[in-house]
Design a protein around this ligand. Structure first.
Ligand code: SF4
Ligand code: SF4
Length: 442
């Protein structure tokens, strides 16, 4: 029986691939034909991902069948044989998909069972978000489509597999602590390498070619000066709704530099990060926010030329780099992000609109301070630990979860257990990271 159903699974994918090829979409054809190859790994998430593809495929066959029958009826052509064939293909696809969701298939695809749902969710969310973004964009978003037109589905499959793999790894709290800075640095490096090559003449590596400075403060100040251009504020706001202030611990292309500088300093001094006072984490950043937004408004009202605004913005960005090199490195904490960057402040404040939080189980906490020594965002003072919740500057980075030897630190989301809340949060964070890898460029 499993052999027969596995053959049906493969055949159903191949039929969907052939259908894509018939419509001229060779990359979607190749991606659909590759899904059964993923099943060879016997990983649980591949079973769920393939099942989702087949159930969606069955819905597609049903809609296609209805359309074709209506067309034939309209022309008075025979339709019964066509209807029977497509109904059979639809039923086979649905049966194969449902079998993959059942208990027998669980036994066949038993590897990595514990993380299969978050991994499959990351795969499907990444593929869905990228496919949606590509279908709505007025220009090719993915590099694959730019260098080999029509091949975008292959990049989508690759990024979705990466998201599934990464989710499986990062769900281990200790691995999360190691991996997060690395994948964040990888994203930032790719972003800036593409920018450098784009400026050097490989213009396909730029998104639109309309350059703006990579200074996070411009997310707020740019639209104020220009009087429009809301793409970045809307993107930032969407991530805040999805993952709260985690923009500043998983997604920002500049924050990764501050993270690296603070780790560099901590390593050299072999001492824990210094906790920055509220005067800096709140007062300092509110002042920077007022300066950035007020300055942008003043420049606009004064009719200042773009070159002047750009030089001032570059100066602000360079001052930030100075903070990373001379302060973050010395104190081992992320001084740029927690005391200088206005967008970090906006993220911490508006991020409260999203329900994700970090919590401290006081019954398990021994006040050993291991979490505070892992926190680079100055969010865990003894008072905050005593209160059972990190301070405003927490970015949900999760470093404290892996650092706590007593499992007292946890992610919170209303109605979810801590384990489920953490899995759901990391699935979303990894999905956004994978999507950004695919589409974030200037
Ligand atoms: S604080 Fe600013 S530079 Fe740091 S991660 Fe957030 S937006 Fe980026
Ligand atoms: S409290 Fe924990 S999750 Fe929040 S910033 Fe500090 S280490 Fe990261």
């Amino acid at each position: 029986m499993p052999q027969f159903m596995l053959a049906l699974v493969v055949l159903s994918h191949l039929l969907l691939a052939a259908h894509a090829l018939r419509r001229g979409d060779w990359a979607l054809c190749a991606a659909l034909a590759a899904v059964p190859l993923l099943l060879l790994s016997r990983r649980g998430w591949t079973r769920l991902a393939a099942a989702a593809a087949l159930v969606l495929g069955a819905a597609h066959w049903a809609v296609t069948g209805l359309d074709l029958v209506q067309l034939r009826l309209a022309f008075g052509a025979p339709w019964l044989r066509l209807a029977l064939i497509l109904a059979g293909v639809c039923a086979a696809s649905l049966a194969a998909g449902l079998w993959l969701l059942g208990a027998r298939a669980q036994g066949v695809f038993a590897r990595g069972r514990e993380a299969e749902r978050p991994q499959a969710a990351a795969f499907l969310l990444t593929a869905g978000a990228l496919a949606l973004a590509c279908s709505k964009a007025s220009l090719p978003l993915l590099l694959a489509d730019r260098f080999l037109p029509g091949s975008g589905w292959l990049e989508i499959l690759l990024l979705a597999c990466y998201a599934a793999w990464l989710t499986g790894r990062i769900l281990d709290p200790r691995a999360h602590r190691r991996l997060r800075p690395r994948i964040w640095a990888l994203f930032s490096a790719l972003f800036f390498v593409q920018l450098a090559l784009g400026l050097a003449g490989l213009t396909d590596l730029l998104m639109t070619g309309r350059l703006h400075l990579p200074v996070p403060a411009l997310i707020a100040a740019g639209p104020i000066y220009r009087g429009g251009g809301l793409f970045m504020p809307l993107l930032f706001a969407s991530t805040l709704l999805l993952v709260g202030p985690a923009w500043c611990s998983h997604l920002c292309y500049i924050g990764a530099w501050d993270d690296a500088c603070s780790r560099w300093g901590a390593k050299r001094g072999a001492r824990p990060p210094r906790v920055l006072s509220k005067a800096w984490t709140v007062g300092g950043r509110l002042a920077a926010l007022a300066l950035a937004c007020g300055g942008a408004l003043a420049l606009r009202l004064a009719g200042a030329p773009v070159a002047t605004a750009a030089w001032l913005a570059a100066g602000f960005g360079l001052a930030g780099v100075g903070v990373m090199l001379f302060v973050s490195r010395r104190v081992g904490a992320m001084a740029h992000c927690t005391a200088f960057c206005p967008i970090g402040m906006v993220g911490n404040l508006l991020g409260r609109l999203s329900p994700w939080r970090m919590g401290i189980r006081l019954d398990a906490c021994t006040r050993c301070g291991a979490c505070a020594r892992a926190c680079r965002y100055s969010a865990l003072t003894p008072l905050q630990i005593e209160a059972g919740k990190p301070g405003l500057s927490c970015t949900l980075c999760g470093d404290c979860v892996g650092a706590c030897p007593h499992d007292a630190m946890h992610y919170r989301f209303p109605g979810l257990s801590p384990a489920l809340a953490r899995a759901a949060f990391l699935t979303l964070a990894v999905t956004l990271h994978a999507v950004f890898l695919g589409v974030a460029r200037m």
